[in-house]
Design a protein around this ligand. Structure first.
Ligand code: RP5
Length: 163
């Protein structure tokens, strides 16, 4: 029996309600054969859980963290405050402000604590996963090959003309 591989990507989100967005990123990590873990960690509702998660992330073997949150989306920034691992922030689309609040909360980090900010919603979740794959591909040939194959398949799938 094979033991499950140790996750190299941590996917965290502020609420169960973010999963509908963040699952698209996880589907891409699956497709690229990248081991990851998924947790609900809220900057506001579970601040101690966040601090513990981020502070222990590197020693637990994580290499990249993807953090999705909506509204007053402090999760990616506070996560980056606790760890020097790369943190990619996904602004989840909020009902009231369509995710512009999430985007601005995540993107406007003070110099010194970076968060790589992606697009609002599903595209951002997918691209966060692909960026994580790019980072991991620097030291993992298998991921590098699978990422190149993904890009080639994507290119091949674009029709010359609309149907
Ligand atoms: C944020 O508040 C979460 O990231 C979520 O996007 C938003 C709403 O959370 P719920 O009220 O749906 O739990 O912390």
């Amino acid at each position: 029996m094979n033991a499950s591989p140790k996750p190299s990507v941590g996917v965290i989100m502020g609420s169960q309600s973010d999963w509908e967005t963040m699952r698209h990123g996880c589907e891409h990590l699956d497709r690229l054969g990248i081991a990851y873990e998924v947790r609900i960690v809220s900057a506001h509702r579970t601040p101690d859980r966040l601090a513990h998660y981020a502070k222990t992330a590197r020693e637990r073997g994580l290499k990249v963290i993807i953090a999705g949150a909506g509204g007053a989306a402090h999760l990616p920034g506070m996560c980056a405050a606790w760890t020097s691992l790369p943190v990619f922030g996904v602004p989840v689309e909020s009902r009231t402000l369509k995710g512009q609040d999430s985007l601005l909360s995540i993107v406007q980090m003070p110099a010194g604590i970076p968060v790589g900010t992606l697009a609002i919603g599903k595209a951002g979740a997918i691209n966060a996963a692909l960026l994580a794959a790019s980072v991991l591909s620097l030291s993992d040939n298998g991921i590098s090959k699978r990422l190149e194959a993904f890009r080639a398949d994507q290119t091949a799938a674009v029709a010359e003309a609309p149907v």
